[in-house]
Ligand binder design. Structure first.
Ligand code: NAP
Length: 235
């Protein structure tokens, strides 16, 4: 029998991180070795307030990050420095930061994975939008998220705009809504004379992200060194 993969989760008290940590804990092929969040400092075995302490003491084989946009660049740099493969859900990395991170990870031989959206319906929405954009270049993106989401536009909307632009040569404008009651939804709306097409995905609970994150945890160590982006790469 192969040994379970040791996994640390940064942001383990958060809305998504808590679900991910519980799912890792319940998976027979994974072992949750660290829950990390400032509020877990002094909370007992397997709980850490600082990412650096968790890496040093719990020695995870894979690190997962669902923290905050202003922390992810520093957290990723720590993982690369320590040689720990990283699965990132936290959004907010700039294109320059992604490039720098990719270069550093290649140099150190560390695989990093980031999905702007771990929900399968979001991945399919982007795939179908790319197909539509070839024939329908007039497009706008409307993304709707919980009022608590710190960054805008969302990482998913930016990724959608990249994909649509690559397919049609036109970058779609992005509209961002932040309202209580929403989780994460997006419409990609195409218009042509006398007709429109809306490709929409709705997330009704954060459980939607968990299967994609578990897939990435199981696959990240087999990815090439450097940054791989998008769940599509694993499907
Ligand atoms: P959240 O509920 O606000 O949780 C943030 C977590 O980060 C908390 O556990 C918090 O701990 C922790 N944290 C804060 N400072 C930290 C530090 N210095 N070191 C380690 N942990 C720290 O956020 P969320 O809604 O779960 O979202 C987290 C991130 O994931 C956001 O960037 C969001 O946009 C992104 N997200 C991505 C996807 C995707 O599919 N890619 C899906 C949903 C969300 P305390 O409780 O101790 O403050």
């Amino acid at each position: 029998m192969t040994a379970a993969t040791g996994v640390a989760v940064a942001g383990a008290t958060g809305r998504v991180g808590r679900l991910v940590a519980d799912a890792v804990d319940a998976a027979p092929d994974l072992q949750l070795v660290a829950r990390i969040a400032p509020s877990l400092r002094d909370a007992g075995a397997g709980r850490y307030g600082l990412l650096s302490d968790a890496i040093d003491e719990a020695r995870p084989q894979v690190l997962v990050d669902f923290t905050r946009p202003d922390l992810i660049a520093a957290h990723a740099a720590l993982a690369v420095e320590a040689g720990v493969p990283l699965v990132m859900g936290t959004t907010g990395l700039t294109p320059e930061e992604r490039l720098d991170l990719d270069g550093a990870a290649r140099e150190r031989g560390v695989p990093l994975f980031f999905a702007p959206n771990f929900a399968l319906t979001a991945v399919l929405m982007i795939r179908f939008a790319a197909e539509a954009a070839v024939l329908l270049p007039d497009c706008e993106v409307v993304e709707e998220h919980a009022a608590t989401k710190l960054d805008r536009p969302s990482g998913t909307a930016l990724h959608t705009a990249d994909v649509v632009e690559a397919a049609s040569g036109r970058r779609p404008p992005i509209h961002s809504l932040r309202l209580p009651g929403l989780v994460a939804n997006q419409s990609v709306v195409f218009g042509a004379e006398g007709q429109t097409l809306t490709i929409r995905h709705d997330t009704t609970s954060r459980e939607a992200f968990v299967p994609g994150v578990l897939l990435a945890i199981r696959r990240v160590r087999d990815l090439p060194a450097g940054l791989t982006v998008g769940l599509d790469a694993l499907l």
